[in-house]
Write a new protein. Structure first.
Length: 221
């Protein structure tokens, strides 16, 4: 019996960066991962949208500062037009405005260009599985930003949250990624994802940043 081709198991990725000196080596390095195939490289947001439209694409690795249509606008357009495609931001910018704008636009991950190949590949896999990955610097800045703002009044947590869902929300509020939550609670990452999906549905949460805000507002973080 012949084995399934490797391509059937590979994640289709678009690498977007306006600098060829960054874009091309990054695409080459990611191609060394057995489960990732870089199907296109883009120099701006318009090229990203064209590559995704040509598809199939699972994940876009997105720079933010690009000429023409920048990465934030491209992320917003992808979220609206191709919600099945995950976006992981990879940028040199880790300021509050850039982080919040990208996450609000729909990015599932946010890494700085200090991230290594293993970290980038891990974030791509997580995003394709519907999980969020923020590097430590980004987590710290996001938490600091949220904590300096007054919690929105009138947003109590739903009464039907299970104790485990409240634990998961607490750990999200502390900035922990899914893997660390799983390790801390001695459960699998798949189970963490299930709790997060239930939590987001019950509490009407839009994204991980929204979950952090609600955790802080509820006094859980």
């Amino acid at each position: 019996m012949s084995e399934p081709t490797q391509d059937t198991r590979r994640l289709k990725v678009v690498v977007a960066d306006d600098q060829a000196a960054v874009r091309e080596p990054l695409a080459a390095v990611l191609g060394l991962s057995g489960d990732i195939e870089v199907v296109a490289a883009a120099a701006d947001g318009t090229e990203v949208l064209a590559a995704v439209a040509a598809g199939p694409v699972d994940v876009v690795l997105m720079d933010l500062r690009m000429p023409g249509m920048d990465g934030t606008e491209a992320t917003r357009r992808l979220t609206e037009e191709h919600p099945e495609v995950a976006v992981v931001v990879l940028t040199t910018f880790a300021d509050d405005d850039s982080i919040l704008a990208a996450l609000s636009a729909g990015a599932r991950g946010y890494l700085t260009k200090n991230a290594g190949r293993q970290d980038i590949a891990r974030a791509i896999r997580a995003a394709a599985a519907g999980q969020s990955v923020l590097d430590r610097e980004v987590q710290d800045r996001l938490l600091a930003t949220v904590r300096t703002k007054s919690p929105a009044p009138g947003q109590p947590l739903p009464g039907d949250l299970t104790p485990r869902e409240r634990e998961v929300l607490t750990l999200i509020g502390q900035g922990l990624p899914n893997r660390a939550i799983a390790q801390k609670l001695f459960i699998s990452e798949a189970t963490v994802k299930t709790h997060i999906n239930n939590l987001f549905a019950k509490a009407d949460l839009k994204d991980r940043a929204d979950a952090v805000r609600r955790a802080i507002a509820a006094g859980l973080a």
